[in-house]
Design a protein around this ligand. Structure first.
Ligand SMILES: [Zn+2]
Length: 464
């Protein structure tokens, strides 16, 4: 693998942005200096001119579901396709999810998922391990220890989906889980929708089951209530809580209450909760926009956007869970529409556009570029045990680097993104900025619209 010297770029990490050159050798960052002379580099070093470009640590999408087998079908972006579209978006690492398989313990479930991922992944990855009600028993403490030994320190739990056995219903069981997570230093990530409220609404529902009804059947209040509930348990266990895909002002308010009580709460939100609203759930394409939790109101978009600017959000990830147009449009009944949308590729460009709009012409940077790097690289690396090897420019760490053109203007369209879903939920969005080169451990995997990733070359990352 030849060395790469990136010259004349604007380096941006979570703390600062400065003009510097960066040298990559043997897959690692070997030098970051104001000026690196080409003649001082190993013979055969490739020199890349990054004038006018931002150079940042590889992005991390901390919430993906590539090749998810669900509801008798499979999501359309396989591990190969997921890796590919990620590279186009500047993403070099994903944190995907392992189900807690029926009849299998946590370690076996994790290994099952990792075996599935290994041959196809062309970018690096780790997983969040689901802990579900149907598999919960009194060996859970020991299982969590074993999971930690294999390098997985992040758990996913649900506050809903009682019917499918995902929900852990007993409060004492949950408390025990949180206490063990605290003891072992594991991160508990929770999907928050209060199940009793959702079941009650559904049982008494007299309306139709159109896509728009999905939002009424799973309201924002349910998110707030579930965060209150799980936060209360986490507080009792003195264990931090990571709330995945916060979608509403109600959810944010619940987080604020918990923080007021002293709980460490990490908020993840997604581009679709920031920039799409429930008006998308009308019309012939409505099914394309169904996911859980559902899209909310413009006031929720606004509240989440402000929370990003104010520093109340720690991670932006996508919940990428893509189905083809055909799969999505095969039903217009919100009970049977395959839930989920693509997003990894569009994530950073959307947030850069938001940064530009937020800052406007004002000299002062309300939302600095460093904040974007923090939200989509450094923070997920820190929270999921990958830092500083990922999410930083520290010397000797993995050379995962993105060259990003922050000023190019383009319009998102079904034809210029790479998901096998063949649509983008952000169709027609005028955006600014685009990844022009993506480097994974010193190897260029995407350059100027061409993909060079190799399935199987992505590595499983042990969380530490
Ligand atoms: Zn998800």
């Amino acid at each position: 693998m030849s060395a790469i010297l990136i010259k004349n770029g604007r380096l941006v990490d979570d703390k600062a942005s400065w003009d510097a050159d960066l040298l990559v050798e043997e897959g690692r960052i070997s030098k970051v200096e104001a000026f690196i002379d080409e003649s001082s580099c190993p013979t055969g070093t490739r020199v890349v001119d990054a004038s006018g470009l931002v150079v940042m640590p590889g992005l991390i999408d901390a919430h993906t579901h590539y090749h998810l087998v669900s509801r008798g079908t499979v999501t359309c972006d396989s591990f190969e396709q997921g890796s590919r579209l990620a590279a186009f978006g500047g993403v070099t690492t994903v944190v995907d999810f392992a189900d807690h398989n029926k009849g299998m313990g946590l370690v076996d479930s994790a290994n099952y998922r990792l075996e599935e991922m290994r041959p196809g992944m062309a970018i690096d990855y780790t997983i969040h391990q689901g802990v579900y009600g149907h598999g919960y028993d009194n060996t859970i403490g020991k299982q969590l220890e074993d999971l930690k030994k294999m390098g997985i320190k992040t758990l996913k739990i649900f506050t809903t989906y009682r019917n499918t056995g995902y929900l852990i219903e007993n409060r004492d069981d949950l408390l025990y889980l949180f206490k063990n997570a605290k003891k072992l230093g594991l991160m508990v990530c929770a999907h928050c929708e209060f199940n009793p409220m959702i079941e009650e609404l559904s049982d008494n529902w007299t309306g139709d089951f159109s896509p728009a009804s999905h939002a009424k059947l799973r309201p924002a209040e349910a998110e707030g209530k579930a965060i209150d509930l799980f936060g209360g348990i986490a507080l009792e266990a003195e264990c931090p809580l990571y709330v995945v895909h916060v979608s509403s002002k109600c959810g944010l308010d619940a987080v604020r209450r918990l923080r007021g009580k002293g709980l460490e709460v990490y908020v993840e939100t997604t581009p679709h909760y920031l920039f799409l609203d429930r008006s998308k759930l009308e019309g012939p394409d409505a099914s394309l926009y169904v996911m859980t939790p559902p899209l909310r109101d413009k006031t929720d978009n606004k509240a989440l956007q402000e929370a990003v600017v104010d520093g109340e959000v720690q991670v932006i990830a996508t919940d990428h869970c893509a189905f083809t147009r055909e799969q999505k449009l095969s039903s217009s009944d919100c009970r049977t529409i395959y839930p989920g949308i693509p997003g990894t590729e569009e994530m950073f460009t959307l947030l850069n556009t938001f940064r530009v709009e937020t800052n406007g012409d004002a000299g002062e940077e309300v939302l600095p570029f460093t904040k974007l790097v923090e939200l989509m690289s450094t923070n997920p690396a820190r929270l999921f045990g990958l830092y500083p090897n990922k999410g930083s420019f520290a010397l000797g760490t993995d050379a995962d680097i993105v060259l990003f053109d922050p000023s190019v203007k383009w319009t998102l369209d079904d034809s210029n993104v790479h998901s096998a879903s063949l649509y983008t939920p952000y169709r027609g969005f005028d955006v600014q900025g685009r990844a022009v080169m993506t480097i994974l451990r010193g190897k260029v995997i995407m350059e100027d619209g061409e993909y060079y990733g190799v399935p199987g070359e992505g590595r499983f990352l042990r969380q530490c």
